[in-house]
Design a protein around this ligand. Structure first.
Ligand code: CS2
Ligand code: KDG
Ligand code: MG
Length: 405
């Protein structure tokens, strides 16, 4: 079997997605997600100009060799653009191998370790009452774990809230330049424990609660927040601090028993190595797209397992349904799976392009039994949704200092 053609498809069904389609001489094709939010065209160019020409004529079943060829062979290693491009190719190759052998990817990985993939959903709102009403709605639908994010009183544009939009897929719609949001650590620290206190008063302790700090704190501030939240027993506290300096997590660790998660912007196992080896974190959030594909995710999972670290892949709306499906295969197999972030079943526009099924049972998503990843794309429909440049926001402190968004 030979790779005959690689298509790089950019479309915007409400938000931008970059999709790779690898076609073979046997008529089998595979798909991968190459979306890097706010930097989409850099990955598209990397794929078109620098990857596709090298792969024509290669046997798509040599997944490991192709991965090594694209990673080692480029000389320039790592980085989000490179690794997202490699990730999409790798996903598509696993999809092809599955279709070729008639097996779902979870079976190729070594079979299922569990019946379903437990997910956490997002309850957001402009006030504590609104967040908790949304959470109550999810609990009624059978979800077992909920991330709570609330607008911080008197700050402009709080991360994780919907800014008056109906759903996440609309958020990216109109950001021709990065919108600016403001941040105050004091206002945040005073407010967030109140949200979780109210949540435990209303729902008790039978449900898992989570929160994403989105890297806004320093290690000692994160340590304090972890302590303040201990009474409310979070499943994990995500991205308290940026992780370029992994030693910072030891400071947090020494002060709090609140479990910690990090890694959604990691691109390689190297980004996670020290955090895992020093047992500074409890969940690793690397995504199959931004982390270079199924091949390295499998290695990351095996490595993390040695240190009691569980897999909790990123699942925001800027990962396309192809990544969602790939995560379900990995999570169904990984012995050390923890939890999967899940933002819903897509919009009608998204589902005009991506064709997949996501059965949900008792707060768990069930993996597809179809050969490969179990997802197809409608290329003709993509033509109806042309790319529009759109950025993530930036964040500033109240005095104007640029901060982490
Ligand atoms: C989203 C982010 O719309 C987008 O670009 O990826 O804004 C993020 O997912 C939201 O803040 C919610 O977490
Ligand atoms: O593109 C950025 C988003 O993916 C990110 O803001 C979402 O932090 C996020 C999460 O945990 O879903
Ligand atoms: Mg996050």
């Amino acid at each position: 079997m030979k790779i005959e053609r690689i298509k790089v498809l950019v479309s915007r069904p409400g938000r931008n997605f970059v999709t790779v389609k690898i076609e073979t001489d046997e008529g089998i094709y595979g798909v991968g997600d190459a979306t890097l939010n706010g930097r989409e065209m850099a990955v598209a160019a990397y794929l078109e100009e620098h990857i596709a020409p090298c792969l024509i004529g290669k046997d798509p079943r040599n997944i490991e060799d192709i991965w090594q060829y694209l990673y080692r062979g480029a000389y320039w290693r790592k980085g989000p653009v490179t690794m997202t491009a490699i990730g999409a190719i790798d996903m598509a190759l696993w999809d092809i191998l599955g279709k070729h052998s008639g097996l779902p990817v979870w079976q190729l990985l070594g079979g299922k370790s569990r019946q379903g993939v437990t997910v956490y959903v997002h309850a957001n709102g402009e006030s504590i009452d609104e967040v908790l009403d949304n959470a109550a709605n999810y609990i009624e639908q059978g979800y077992k774990a909920i991330r709570l994010q609330c607008a911080i009183p008197s700050t402009k544009g709080t991360y994780g809230t919907l800014e008056g939009k109906k759903n996440y897929y609309e958020l990216q719609g109109n950001r021709p330049l990065p919108p600016e949001q403001s941040w105050s650590t004091r206002k945040y620290m005073n407010f967030i424990p109140e949200l979780f206190k109210a949540a435990r008063e209303r729902f008790g302790y039978g449900i898992d609660l989570l929160h994403d700090v989105h890297s806004r704190l320093t290690p000692i501030e994160a340590a304090r927040l972890g302590k303040l939240l201990e009474p409310y027993d979070l499943l994990f506290l995500e991205d308290t601090v940026t992780a370029e300096n992994p030693a910072g997590y030891q400071i947090i660790r020494q002060h709090t028993t609140t479990p910690l998660a990090v890694g959604e912007i990691f691109n390689t196992i190297w980004d996670a190595k020290e955090l895992i080896e020093t047992q500074s974190i409890d969940y690793i959030r690397t995504a199959v797209s931004h982390g270079g594909g199924i091949t390295p995710m499998r290695k990351l999972s095996a490595f993390a397992d040695l240190y009691h670290v569980r897999m909790a892949p990123h699942g925001a709306p800027d990962l396309s349904p192809i990544s969602t499906m790939a995560h379900l295969h990995l999570n169904s197999w990984a012995p050390n799976f923890g939890i999967q972030e899940f933002v819903g079943f897509g919009t009608p526009e998204v589902n005009n392009i991506f064709k997949y099924e996501l059965p949900l049972k008792d707060g768990m998503l069930l993996v597809s039994d179809k050969p490969g990843l179990g997802i197809d794309i409608d290329e003709a429909a993509m033509g109806n949704y042309p790319y529009v440049r759109s950025y993530l926001p930036v964040s500033r402190l109240e005095d104007g200092t640029l901060w982490n968004w």
